[in-house]
Design a protein around this ligand. Sequence first.
Ligand code: UDP
Length: 242
Amino acid sequence: MTTRVLGADIYAHTFRESVDKIFGYLKSGKFHSVYTPNPEMLMLASKSAEFSAVLKRADLLLADGIGIVIAARRNKVKIPERSPGCDTIEALFPLMNNAKMSLYILGASPGVAQKALERVAQKYPNIVAAGCGDGYFDDEKERIIIKEIQRLKPNLLLVGLGSPKQENFIHRHRKELPVSVAVGCGGTIDVLAGNVKRAPSVFRKLGLEWLCRLLSQPSRAGRMLQIPVFLIKVLMTNDEKG
Ligand code: UDP
């Protein structure tokens, strides 16, 4: 079941159901794309037909932020809670560990994906650390990365290049990626590497993770100013009629 927010069909289930859905994709052996839209991404999609088409072709759009959950409150179908990309990915690891699945991490500054992969492999020894690469590459290097992923055939591919770069990357290569799930995961690789701390759980439960991020990274203020603009835009859009 999904609910429409600014034209995007967001998965309207609990966090646990989101995790189970993606694990189902992982077991299917067929390609699936999973993105974690926040207000900023949906604002971009409302202005860019090209990015909107990328989101429409996704297999699953998770309600990453509280802004999306709030926006859906006026719909008949509501979103019961957030399914933050980072938590969802971390919840998949024990399941992947039991199933001995493999992981490829692409994104973030040089060395970070490697560190993230090592930390995951240390905590979950049955997860196969298939490979990794940093998120700063030219077209030539991109071909090499795709060839490497084709050779390694990981079950899960995490792509953290920031948005919309990561979603465009997954969309562009969807027909040639032999993976079961590709997730556009934003800053999750920095968190997995232990370089960035998540907000304390009390803030996360209250839906105030954005406030912690704002305090620790004031440079994000410009991006966050889009949230009220987004909510106003949602109020002015009749999503339920499509
Ligand atoms: N990034 C990257 N390549 C780029 C631009 C960004 O790998 O060309 C990485 C960056 O190093 C960081 C992540 O993308 O790890 C930033 O994602 P963003 O801040 O957009 O994600 P969010 O924190 O909003 O989830």
